[in-house]
Write a protein that binds this ligand. Structure first.
Ligand SMILES: [Fe+2]
Length: 690
């Protein structure tokens, strides 16, 4: 398909970008002198398709309201073959950022671009890559990552990604980076107020406007205005490794929670304290995301230059629909001010369908009345899986036969969600869009880019020996951890997986983030003793920076607690504990306890509980890094590149050593068959993760 100029102008206008149109190549006639200091956040590109891509920069001016830069796109790094040359306006109203959609590019091609101001002061040169044409069967390579809290660490992962990509054969080089959220953390610590957390040094990131434009909860400063969010994006983009990565590849981004609010949802702000109405805050977060992340999204203004925030007020939401969508008009205006869910076709082999997990989500079923009474805190966050399945399903439980009561041991509560529809993370409208995209996809691989993990976090405390617990866990019942993501959104997940099964869709895979840990396994609606029926693959990538559960446990899990061996064991003579938590999730408590006694992996694995986690092949709760995906007509190969805890910036050109590199490969399966992963440790030692 070739876009006409008119189609293209429509497309550019729809996403609020100014326009550059490719013509005949000729040498640059722009007087450009590189002045990186005048473009302190670098350059970026985003959302490539087979004939266009969005280019981005920020050029602040000390005075005035508006200036016009020139953007050039060339086929060569020296700009001897410039194919597009266009004005790019920057203005104070968009914090001096600009977005330009460049059209009529050739598919699967590398281009270089740069911006120049009226005085000839130039940005650094960026590199970008268009998607292959939709019928082009060449392999697709991309990386996915998430959770880059540079307040608490450094981005050695990008340095490693760049180092390897520069040395890779052209056919193996990454086409784009899929960023699955927590690009920023809106909760900002100041180094003079707090020096360390866990193993981390607190680094300067940004200063937020004073109260009431921000608030503080424990050590965290939290923004409430667009200036606060902007300050954080700028602080993040001053990181040299992130800036180099954005200058090397197009990024395809979706927010997770921290681009708006830590525990918030829809337009509700919640960060460590009580929820508060935050319609103006959601709009501010959306505006800053639009300004700093180049993406094919439509701003409310319809303007080519600026977001145009709708006027909203912070009003408590009093009425909700059955899906937990707040019907308060300011809430609806705020969450609809930027629709970021979208799909991207990339060659013959990839339809990437990206969803938003926070703007439309209903309430968490474990917040319902009385649920605290069936939770035993001595089990360290474990919750009855049966109770969770019932809470999540609401009135739809077992084909419309919800129990009147939920129980744990001898405690019974009235089922608080008996009359409610099943919990939704996507919300009705987005879910309908997602299902339709999935059904219509014609690419070999249908990849759901989803910020939240979808693999069950299941454990078997029923197998703990009596002497380890105050009161035993009920026999024959499993426990689950984490109610917040698709690992426990059983009903919604099943709706999607059933569609995949019933429509006989193959090549379905989920890539996700948020959990600050690496997971590989299968998309399956239920686990034994219910039917185990994998319909696709499911992966979670480790955090690029942010601390994970093992780091927290190493610091916070008391040595004298009897439950400690199922999370951490102290091997004699070792400097750090072994992470039995990985084994707990993959093999169960009996394996952990054997390992804690003998440190014999074989004996420990021989006690694996085969009913616990047939959906998992790999779990590393302490891993950091990113994942690389390679797609062909025959297989999906997912490589976990795991780095040590990124506490300080590595001065090595490769970004520092690796902990391990583990590959999971699945051959494309026939409709009706189940997928199977083959695991290969390429280098290093994944410890208890396998
Ligand atoms: Fe995160």
């Amino acid at each position: 398909m070739t876009l006409s100029r008119r189609d293209f102008i429509g497309q550019a206008a729809a996403i609020g970008a100014s326009l550059a149109w490719v013509g005949t190549a000729r040498a640059s006639r722009v007087k450009w002198t590189e002045r990186r200091d005048l473009y302190p956040e670098g350059v970026a590109s985003g959302d490539p398709d087979h004939n266009s891509v969005i280019l981005w920069t920020r050029r602040p001016f000390a005075s005035g309201e508006r200036q016009v830069l020139t953007v050039e796109v060339a086929e060569d790094e020296a700009f001897r073959r410039v194919v597009a040359h266009a004005p790019a306006a920057v203005s104070a109203a968009s914090d001096w950022t600009t977005r330009v959609l460049v059209g009529r590019l050739k598919p699967a091609r590398t281009y270089w671009y740069r911006f120049t101001d009226p005085e000839g002061n130039g940005s650094r040169v960026g590199r970008t890559i268009t998607a292959p044409a939709p019928n082009d069967a060449r392999p697709v390579n991309f990386a996915f990552g998430s959770c880059q809290d540079i307040n608490e660490g450094k981005l050695n992962a990008y340095r490693r990604m760049i180092f390897e990509d520069e040395r890779a054969a052209p056919a193996e080089q990454l086409g784009f980076i899929l960023h699955l959220g927590d690009f920023i953390y809106e909760v900002v610590q100041y180094p003079e107020e707090v020096k360390t957390r866990y193993d981390r040094t607190i680094y300067e990131v940004a200063r937020l406007p004073a109260e009431p434009d921000s608030f503080k909860v424990s050590n965290f400063h939290v923004p409430l205005t667009v200036d606060g969010y902007r300050a954080i994006y700028k602080g993040y983009l001053h990181d040299p490794d992130l800036q180099d990565a954005r200058a090397r590849w197009p990024f395809v981004c979706m927010w997770d929670n921290h681009e708006f609010s830590w525990q918030g949802r829809q337009s509700i702000v919640q960060a460590g304290g009580d929820p508060q109405p935050g319609q103006t805050v959601k709009v501010a977060a959306n505006q800053a995301w639009f300004e700093f992340i180049p993406a094919r999204v439509a701003a409310p203004s319809g303007s080519l230059e600026q977001f145009g925030p709708p006027a909203v007020k912070n009003v408590k939401i009093e009425t909700w629909d059955g899906n937990g969508l707040g019907l308060e008009p300011n809430n609806l205006a705020a969450i609809r001010s930027l629709i970021a869910y979208r799909a991207l076709r990339y060659g013959k082999h990839l339809d990437l369908i990206i969803t938003d997990q926070h703007s439309f989500r209903g309430d968490d079923p474990t917040d319902a009345e009385g649920v605290g009474k069936i939770y035993d805190p001595s089990f360290n966050g474990m919750f009855s899986e049966e109770a969770m399945i019932a809470l999540d399903a609401g009135r739809a439980y077992e084909g419309g036969r919800p129990p009147d009561e939920l129980h744990f041991r001898d405690v019974r509560i009235a089922n608080p969600r008996k009359d409610r529809p099943p919990r939704t993370i996507l919300g009705a409208e987005q879910k309908a869009w997602f299902k339709s995209k999935l059904r219509k996809s014609t690419a070999t691989w249908k990849i759901w880019g989803n910020s939240l993990g979808a693999l069950d976090q299941r454990v078997d405390p029923q197998n703990l020996p009596a002497e380890m617990v105050e009161k035993p866990w009920p026999a024959d019942t499993y426990a689950m951890l984490g109610s917040n993501d698709y690992g426990a959104a059983y009903a919604e997940r099943k709706e999607i997986y059933d569609l995949v099964r019933d429509a006989r869709i193959t090549g379905f895979a989920i890539v996700s983030g948020d959990r600050h840990s690496f997971w590989a396994g299968y998309a399956a609606a239920t686990l034994p003793p219910r039917k185990f029926e994998p319909v696709g693959l499911s992966f979670v990538g480790g955090s690029l920076v942010s601390p994970g559960a093992m780091e927290a446990y190493e610091h916070g899990f008391k040595k004298k607690r009897t439950m400690r061996p199922i999370y951490l064991v102290d091997r004699p003579g070792a400097s750090r504990p072994d992470w039995t938590y990985n084994m707990l999730l993959r093999h169960g408590v009996r394996s952990c306890l054997e390992y804690a006694k003998s440190f014999d992996l074989q004996r420990a694995r021989a006690l694996s509980n085969p009913q616990l986690s047939p959906h998992l092949e790999f779990v590393d709760m302490g891993g950091h890094g990113y994942a690389k995906v390679r797609l062909t007509g025959e297989e999906m190969r997912t490589e976990f590149v795991c780095i040590p805890r990124p506490i300080t910036r590595s001065d090595r050109p490769d970004g520092g050593p690796l902990r391990y590199r583990v590959v999971h490969t699945a051959r494309l399966w026939a409709p009706g068959d189940r997928p199977r992963l083959k695991q290969q440790v390429i280098e290093g030692d994944p410890g208890l993760a396998v």
